[in-house]
Structure formats: C-alpha cells, structure tokens
Design a protein around this ligand. Structure first.
Ligand SMILES: N[C@@H](CCC[C@H](N)C(=O)O)C(=O)O
Length: 291
C-alpha cells in the first residue's frame, strides 16, 4: 500500500450524473487520503471500481474556506487532478443538501466557492462560477488570435476552472471522437492539456454535445464541458445564453447569467447513487508506492 495512506477502511459511494460516473470518498473525518496511484487503481474498470472522476470531499477549511459546507478535490481516471468537475459537484451537492437539510450548500473548489441547490423539479443545480476567456487563464501556451489546430473551424478556448476547447461543427455525431479527442487534448497549444468539445445546433436553444475529457477519454456527459459549450455558442451567436445541451447520457440545462447577476454559469440535471461499499484491505495493500 502507498506508504502515506493509513490502513483504516476506505468507504466510498458510486454516483453518476447522466452516466458521467464518479467514486465519491468522504475524507472529512480522516481515513486514507487519495493519491495518484489510488485514483488510477480505483479508476481501472477491470481491476478497480471504474469511474470518469473521483471526487474527494474534504473540509472547507482544508481549501482555505472554513465557512463552506465542504471542499472538493477532483481526480481523473489517469491519476491527474482537475480544477472543476460540474457533474461531480452536482452529485456531492445532493449529498450535502441531504446532510444539512438546507435549501442550498456552498462547496469550495479550486475554481472558487460554488453553490448547489435542489430545484422544485427535482434537478440538482450548481452555479459553476464565471468562465474565463483570456489565454493565460485557459491556459494556452501563448496569446493567439485564432486557435490553429489540425481540424477545420476556429474553436473557442474557455476555462470553467478547467480547460475546454470547443468546436462548432455541422454534425457532432459525425466526429471521430476517439481519434480527434486525444490529438487536441495533448496539442502543444494547451500546456495543461484540454477537454475537447464538439457541438452542433439542434434548435436555437438546443445543442448536441460530444466530449473527450482530459484524463478520462470519451464520457457520456461532462458538466463543465456543457457550460463551456454554451458560453462558446453564446459568444459566437449560435445560441443565446440559455440552452439545453444534449449529451450521450442525457440533457443538462445551462444558463450563463449576465454580468450584473455575477456572470456565473448555472447547470441543472439529475444525479444518482448506485451503491456504497468498502474497499478490501488487499486492494489498498497492493497499491504501488507513490513515485
Ligand atoms: N466530468 C467533468 C469534468 C472532469 C474534469 C476534466 N476531465 C478535466 O480534467 O478538466 C464535468 O462534469 O465537468
């Protein structure tokens, strides 16, 4: 087992938002902490549990925000960390709403303090905060007028706390995601790699979106990707600031609030818990030591 983890049992919950699936570990009360090798081993769909992301719940204080209901650290299946994960934030918001019995909760992430609430229609909504559009925030390797990438079209680079490269295409269904995704994810213009989105217009307020996620690959849904897609579409005049985004796993409702309402991006959709379990000690014992 990794030398820095304790041998206390590690309980976890499997959840998903539209098939974007997560292992959720609550580390607020102590117990083993997530390391890159634990994330990779758990993320293995054959020898572990399998997930797109692992959401590690910590105290708000650990992330410098003691007033928040909790803090959240996101891990990709390849063991890398991410500054944002919209669907995992919605899943954890649903847990904290049940835990606190309140109508809204505050979650501290690397992208700031995000608020989550249960809407009357039963969907969990999170305000994902304002997008950043300048090259240094995304980040891009350098300032450019147009993103010159090995694909037709002029994509938009958007940060939702994590990097996104959004292509508007005629037909998102026709894109070879497994070929194009990794090529753009690791393009030298993106020093921290990038999530890759392909959107096409279905109706004036409806987009089709397919996503290749940094550190996870093809996903059934990506919340921050849906937010970035609507921000890019609204800026390009493809849609307004409010749209339904149809992903492989279902639909998310996205609204980019105006500046005078904070400029955040609201994202609403369903969440589900699949099971709760405890990792076998043998699994933890077999983890390679951290490099
Ligand atoms: N599934 C997520 C995004 C997860 C993080 C991403 N792969 C990254 O590395 O930035 C979502 O719902 O936003």
């Amino acid at each position: 087992m990794a030398k820095d983890a304790s041998s206390a049992p590690l309980r976890f919950r499997k959840m998903h938002g539209l098939g974007n699936d997560f292992v959720v570990i609550d580390a607020r009360a102590g117990g083993p902490r997530v390391t890159p090798s634990l994330a990779r081993a758990l993320g293995d769909r054959h020898r572990g549990v399998g997930f797109d992301q692992l959401a590690e719940i910590v105290t708000g204080a650990e992330l410098g925000d003691p007033e928040a209901d909790a803090g959240l650290i996101f891990w990709n299946a390849d063991g890398s960390t991410a500054g944002a994960c919209g669907n995992a934030t919605r899943c954890v918001a649903s847990l904290l709403l049940a835990e606190t019995g309140r109508g809204a909760v505050a979650i501290r992430t690397e992208h700031g303090r995000l608020t989550g609430r249960l809407r009357e229609d039963g969907l969990i909504e999170v305000n994902m905060g304002a997008p950043a559009l300048d090259w240094a925030s995304v980040p891009l390797a350098r300032e450019v007028d147009t993103l010159a990438l090995p694909l037709p079209g002029a994509p938009a680079a958007v940060s939702m706390g994590n990097p996104h490269c959004v292509f508007v295409v005629e037909d998102a269904e026709a894109v070879d995601l497994t070929a194009r995704g990794p090529e753009i994810e690791r393009h030298p213009l993106f020093p921290q790699r990038t999530n890759v989105e392909f959107i096409s217009l279905i109706a004036p307020d409806r987009l089709r979106l397919r996503v290749w996620e940094r550190g996870a690959g093809v996903t059934l849904a990506c919340g921050s990707g849906a937010c970035a897609a609507v921000v890019a579409a609204a800026r390009l005049g493809v849609t307004g600031r409010r749209a339904v985004v149809e992903l492989d796993g279902g639909a998310l409702e996205i609204e980019w609030l105006p500046e005078d309402q904070g400029g955040g991006v609201l994202m609403a959709g369903p969440v589900a818990t699949v099971f709760e379990a405890e990792l076998s000690p043998a699994f933890l014992d077999a983890l390679p030591a951290e490099a």
